[in-house]
Every structure is written in structure tokens, then in C-alpha cells.
Design a binder for this molecule. Sequence first.
Ligand SMILES: [Zn+2]
Length: 296
Amino acid sequence: MIALDIGGTKTSVFFSEKEHLIEFEKKYEDKIKEVNKKQKFCVVSTFFRESREAFDEFFSFLRSLDGEIISTFPGIIRMEKVEGKWKFRLYSKRFPFLIGQYVDVSFAVNDVYAFAYHHAKKFFRDVYNRTRTLLVIQIGTGVNAIPLNYYDYKELLFLNKIIEAGHMILRQGNEECFCGRKGCAELYISGRYLEKLGNGDVHAVFRDEALKAEYYENLADYISSLTILVAPDKIVFGGSVARSLDTMLLHKMVEERFPHFRIHLNIEYEKDISRLSNIRGLVELYEKFRKKMVKE
Ligand SMILES: [Zn+2]
């Protein structure tokens, strides 16, 4: 099996067979940013976004190594059963040449769903949590979030839902989001926004008190809105920005936004900075998908 986690700028590629990683390294030497031989994965730039030809060439090389390919994609994925076989239709602004088309893989899912499944699996293992709600928020190049209860998790109901929580309106602004709307949370809390705020350096924002305060105000507003909507018991942050987040500070700022409640919200915060969590979730979700939906 080959499992891919396709991000806006970087893509992680995991190989179940070590030899396949070695062959891949030979072919894409100039695209590789990081290799982890022990864990059998590497990171490349998402260069195959450039054109349909580049995309097809990349995937046909992967298929020549292994017939079973599963992948996360940024954007919306529609699952459809065609003549008894599951197919995956992609709607992603990052892959304009593929909009509305089927991607030729064994399984495809949005990256935040894979990340959420990985954490839900751990969370709902504890029987006590089965009446509670988990919220995962991923902040990388873009932003997305998804709430999960036990039933959604167990029945895989979230796979049929389109959740684009990065495009909730957060501010009244004139700047247009890539989705065509104005004021989306994506414009004020994503890695792209941090890059703009830090003059090209995402991490500069977290070193500068004034910039940091501005960012945390936006983020606390966003999390408060999500909290009002889904009442999470636990929030897990993922994505490249999670590394820099001060969850204690966020927790305090979110609580301060509910003075009329005057109660302790009792939300547990966690951050997951492992690069492999999306891939792990993808593999776990694929296994469950095969057991539950392919047999049906
Ligand atoms: Zn938007």
C-alpha cells in the first residue's frame, strides 16, 4: 500500500514496502524534502499540482510500484457507488484541473477527516467519552475543523458530510477568500495569514508580542464560535501551526469570551504535531471503510 497526505505545499508519502521508498527516492530525488527510512515515508513538495500531466505522471509512477493507493486531498471529496464500486470525486481549488472528476485511487478523503479519525479512535476507546464530543481543528496552509460524536465516528457518517469550517465568516472585511466569499476565518487564522502578518515568516508572529496578540484574538474568536455551535469536551489542534500554539493561553482567552455564562467550560486541549497523524488516520479509516462499506 502507498498512503499519501497531500497538503497545499508539502505531501507526505508512506510506503508499506521499503523497496518502493528506495525506488521513489531515485525517481524524485530533486523533489524530496525529507526522508525517514525507519518509518518508511518521505516528504515531497506538492509539485504535481502544477498540471494534469504532472499529476497523471506522478500517480502512474506510484501505481507502477503498488496497485493499492490511498490518499488525503485538500478540498471536498464526494464518495459515490458506481456499479457496485466506490469512487471518489474531487472538488479542490488546489487541483483546478481535477474539479468534479474521479481520482483513480482505492480510497480518498479530506485530510482533516483522516486526522479526526485518528484522534477519535483514541478518544472513543474510553467508554466514558462515548457521550462526549471531540472537535479537531487543523491549521496549516488553510484551516478546517470537524466535530465528532461516537455515532458519527462508529458509523462513518462524517464521510458523507461536507464540512468547510475554515470558511465560516469571522470578520467584516473586503479581502476576498479563494472560495469567493469575504471575511472567512481562513483569511484571519490560516498559515497563509500568519505568513502575511510575519512578512513571509510564519514563526515571526509568535515571537512578536503585538502580532501574537492580534493572531490569538482572531483564533480565540474562531474557537468561541465553534464552541457555541458544537459544545466540545475536547479540542485537538493539528497542522503545521499547532506546533507554535499556546493552548493554555487560548483556553483562558476562550473562557473570557463567555462572561454571561460565568461557568468553567471544562474543555480539554491537546495539540498533535506529528507529521504522520494524517497518514495514520488515513490508514485506520481505510481499514474501517473496507470492513464496513465495501462489504455492504
Ligand atoms: Zn472562504
